[in-house]
Design a protein around this ligand. Sequence first.
Ligand code: ADP
Length: 487
Amino acid sequence: SLLARLKDTSLAVESGFIAGRPVASAATGRTFEVTNPSTGEVLATLPDLNRAEAAAAIDAAQEAQKDWAARTGKDRATILRRLFDLMVANADDLAAILTAEMGKPLAEAKGEVLYGASYVEWFGEEAKRVYGDTIPGHQPDKRIIVVKQPVGVVAAITPWNFPNAMLARKLAPALAAGCAMVAKPASETPLSALALAVLAERAGLPAGLFSVLPSTDSVSVGREFCENPKIRKLTFTGSTNVGKILMRQGADQVLKLGLELGGNAPFIVFDDADLDAAVEGAIVSKYRNNGQTCVCANRLYVQAGVYDAFAQKLAERVGQIKVGDGFEAGALAGPLISDKALAKVEEHIADATAKGAQVLTGGRRDQRGGLYFEPTVLTGATATMKVAREETFGPVAPLFRFETVSEVVAMANNTEFGLASYLYSRDVSKIFRVAEALEYGMVGINTGLISTEVAPFGGIKQSGLGREGSKYGIEDYLEIKYLCLSV
Ligand code: ADP
């Protein structure tokens, strides 16, 4: 069981967490089960919280936020530093909780926890550097001062693919800026969020500043987040469709939005690339988290001169990826998150092969059964296939052939998404020309791994609004005010 894997069993929480208190039952009396996607084992039964509890959490957040905003940045930084230290000290337990509820290999889960913690460290440091500005007056007697203030109470809705990090990188800048947060994690993976709330309290975060609402009724909770006037910002990571729903719902109160939505990342390999490095980059970018990240390579464009060699090398490496339960030593690909996710992967492969693609390796459900799928490489992919237009969100690499630079830039940009992109080349001028022409918020050049707390993560076009991480990330949680003084 999960408890047997933990050094500190108090991190496995079976309640909601509102205003510093565990909430053991919902007003509706409903509960729901959290299961391990690898085994189907029930990990926890949680109260299924709803609008009433969301409203209570928002009230408490608004109350607590005033004092929090009035503290010094250094004071807030001290608490965030303690939270960072606690996340690192408890990383093994947090990773075990994460693997149990989400399925990713334990080593990858621990990597995620440390990645999430890095945002807490970073934004704690940034809390001390929320600088304003002075502007020379427009008249001789005028002095203009620009100050930055926290936006107020922030609601967060987070997905299941990074149950710890997607929340940590919203919570950290919000708290650093002086905001309070009410979060609804994905119902598949609420345990990581609840463990984070336990640690935040242990770090000395005052009650009410961080509440977590386990819930299967995301529609109702989402409505409360969009309609309650005490909410001043909604930050969401998830699908583009749900992002659009939230944008429409928030319109009536001109809700500030941070949106990290879907991607359709191109991964371009030019003839002059270091092929072995490109293969390794593709492995990291495509198969990490079993293909279930919004920055995963979705379309691999390979120039004609190296197409066959790249396909061969990639297939060989992919064939070696060990599929297995996240707790098994050496497992590199866990189960997919759900039947729906598995069905989408199968549908994309069936559609591609019906339209002429070939399966070079993988292509079927794994022999282990359940939600396991073989890491797959497809050759002969073309623009009319689903794999070209939709995010597969699974371990499938479709290889498209191209001839010229201008052709591949046009293909890569031919999507409504604009999150991550990747290119491999050794020609500096080509690198700059292509990187500048790609309509994406992020470009990995000769690397398949671009996520770090020091850089601004985010997308353009229908991939979202705002940036997470870096010096820019805290701005999303601040309002600008100017004081015009006549002397
Ligand atoms: P995914 O396909 O990754 O599950 P979703 O966008 O459906 O992406 O889910 C991301 C988060 O959004 C989850 O926490 C989910 O519960 C929540 N969610 C889904 N639908 C809605 C909605 N209509 N309103 C608010 N939140 C929603």
